[in-house]
Structures are given as C-alpha cells and as structure tokens.
Design a protein around this ligand. Structure first.
Ligand SMILES: [Zn+2]
Length: 388
C-alpha cells in the first residue's frame, strides 16, 4: 500500500474511533442518571416567563434538552443577587421557589421535586421524568436567621452556597475583601444546622479561609457546586490543589464550572475585571423596582453569549486534573449553564454533554469512571448528607 493510502486509512480509523466514542457516550447518557450540580435556569422562568417544558431556541437548558443529555437530576439554583438584602432576599427566594413550583405543578409527568437520593431513584425510574433538586445560591438568602434556613429545608431545598459574589454578615466571599477572617461564629452555627437538617454545604464562591473554616466544622461531606481548578485557570472562584485535596479528604465533590473564564486562562484574564465588578453593584431599591432591576441585570448579563477561547478540551483538562490529584470520586459536572456569559466551543448547551463524555472515553476513562463523574459522585454525597 502507498504511503498516502496508509495515512488515509489511519485518518479514517481515527474518525471511526471518535464516532464510536460518541455512540458509546450517547448510550451511557441514555442509561445514566446524570447530575449537573448548578444551573441558573429557573431565573429565566421567573424573569422572562419562559416555558421550560418546550425546547427553547435561547438559553442553555430546558426539559427536552435535559432529557436528551440524560441529565435527569439537575440542581436548580434559586439565586438572589447580593443586592437583595435581609427580608428582600427571602422574598426573592420565595418568588424563585414559586416559579419552580409552577413548573412542577404544570408538568407532573415530566418533573418532580427530589429531596433525597431515594427520591431521585424513584422519580427517574419513569423514563421521561426529571428529578429536580433545589439549592440556594448565597448565604445572605437566609437573612441571618436559622428559622429561615429550617423553613427552606421544609420547602425542599437541600443545599446552600455559603456566600455569593460579596461577603455576607457571616461568611467571606472569594470576590470581596476579607472581613470576617472566614466564617464567623454564627457562620459556623449555620454549617452545623445544615449538617443537622441534612442540607449540603456548598463552598463555591467562598473565600479560601471560609472554605477551610467550613471543613473544620462540618461533620458531613461538602460540595463545590460550580468551581474549577485554579492551577489551570487562576481565578479566585476556582479551587487550589490544596483545597481540592482537602475536599477529597472530606469525602466531598466539586462540579466543574463550564464558564470560559473558569476553564481557560486567556478567558479568565479577560473576565476577571467583570467578575469583580459584578459584586460591586448595589442599587438602592426594594420591592417591584428591585425586581425590575434584577430582571434587566440578569438579561443584560446572561441572555447573549460573548465570544471565548475556551473549548470542550479545557473542561476535559479540568476533570482530568482533579482525577490525577485525588482520584475519580471527587469530581462532577457543575456547568453553571444559564448563569454564565461565555461557554466553551463544543459545549454550547446542555444537550452537548455526550460530546464531553466521548472525549473522556477517548482519553481512556472507563465507563464506570465516567458514570461517577456524570452523576454518581454527587448522588453519593446527597445520600450521605440528606439521608436515604
Ligand atoms: Zn455562582
């Protein structure tokens, strides 16, 4: 055989291997209950009134695309920006919970609230159904009151991110100036109460010191619902190798954030200023005027994707970095879809997830390992924290 013919054969073999990895990936997604530990999609239902039961031409996530990707247990974040203060933050949280309830009530055959791993198993036994896991993004949303925290648990919320872009009254944020040297005594009480209530402590967004304080107090595994690796993309929101080792020792899991700046250094450098700025906005408004401001803020920031350098390959590198550091039991997917303004090429929305799985298979990951990354690890922590 001539040399060009041999090269052509080798190229065809590579294409066939990639094809068969994608076929395998799609089969795995059809059989697996995949978890995405952070999507901001419910904000669109609240502020724009979008019908998530339909396949949308905008945004990153809806029920048809979740089903297509096999993401049968997404974590819906009820996110109130930090400019919602005190009882206003509680009011906003209830609006988001109400928007979620409308979706649950309108489509009981397609989506149901899950507050435990057993719920997830029961709900996803129906082939079309999504098990909705509810989380809160920002400790300010409890308005410094453990009674509010307890009632959130009764509303089916199983996780809270201790802080958001700004410090709150009891936890320092990674994107603000240190104020409390980590967690205050009340902050530690919040962690203990979350342990008692069976709520997962989420350390995405918190300062490094808050992270170590939370680990020192918690008796249960914690999660980083949407953070990537600082060694690969130096951003305060990402986790250092030392933090990842500590998280693994605690039995926890981190969901890799797909935001371009979270996974690619060039995008991180371009976005750093904007990320720091996001936390600095403080409109002096309340009630409907504040809601109108928040709706516009969300639309302006997240309706249209900006160009980025990052690709699906960068996300693979972050997953692989965690696996090389601490093994395969402590990493998952925490895309931050519908809450990011840049996406990697090849992962433009949640329906593209099988392409990520195919890339992991091509890299030599076993199907068992891929299944842990896709959801098994997060479901293990949910079971350990929220009970059966
Ligand atoms: Zn976030």
């Amino acid at each position: 055989m001539t040399k060009p013919a041999l090269l052509l054969l080798a190229a065809l073999a590579a294409v066939n291997a990639a094809d068969s990895d994608l076929v395998r990936a799609k089969r795995i997604h059809a059989q697996t209950v995949a978890v995405d530990s952070h999507i901001d999609t419910i904000q669109w239902a609240l502020t724009e009134g979008v019908d998530l039961s339909k396949r949308l031409s905008s945004g990153h996530v809806d029920l048809p695309r979740l089903r297509e990707a096999g993401v049968r247990a997404p974590f819906f974040a009820l996110y109130a920006p930090t400019y919602y203060k005190g009882s206003e933050a509680v009011r906003r949280t209830l609006q988001l919970r109400d928007a979620m309830q409308k979706l649950l009530d309108a489509h009981p055959d397609e989506i149901e609230l899950a507050t435990s791993a057993a719920d997830v198993e029961r709900i996803t036994a129906s082939p079309r159904k999504i098990a909705a896991i509810l989380t809160i993004e920002g400790g300010h949303q409890i308005a410094d009151d453990l009674a509010v925290l307890r009632m959130y648990r009764k509303l089916g919320i199983v996780s809270i991110t201790l802080s958001h872009f700004r410090n709150n009254n009891w936890a320092d944020s990674s994107t603000d100036k240190p104020e409390h040297a980590g967690l205050t005594d009340f902050g530690k009480e919040v962690v203990r109460e979350m342990n008692r209530l069976g709520m997962m402590v989420d350390i995405s967004h918190v300062s490094d010191k808050t992270f170590y304080d939370a680990l020192a107090v918690t008796t249960k595994p914690v999660i980083a619902s949407h953070s990537s690796c600082r060694a690969l993309s130096s951003l305060e929101r990402n986790m250092t190798d030392d933090m990842i080792r500590a998280l693994a020792k605690n039995g926890g899991v981190m969901g890799i954030n797909f935001g371009a700046g979270f996974v690619n250094q060039k995008d991180a450098d371009a976005q750093r200023k904007k990320i720091m700025m996001r936390g600095a906005l403080e409109p002096n408004l309340t009630g409907k005027a504040l809601d109108a401001y928040a709706a516009k803020d969300f639309f302006d920031n997240y309706a249209k994707m900006r160009p980025s350098v990052a690709t699906l390959g960068d996300v693979v590198e972050h997953i692989d970095h965690v696996v090389k550091l601490v093994g395969v039991d402590h990493v998952g997917i925490g895309s931050d879809y519908d809450g990011i303004s840049t996406v990697p090429v090849g992962l433009e929305d949640i329906a593209k997830l099988p392409a990520l799985t195919a890339a992991l298979l091509s890299k030599g990951y076993s199907e068992a390992d891929v299944k842990k990354i896709l959801g098994g690890n997060f479901l293990r922590v949910l079971r350990a924290v929220a009970g059966k």
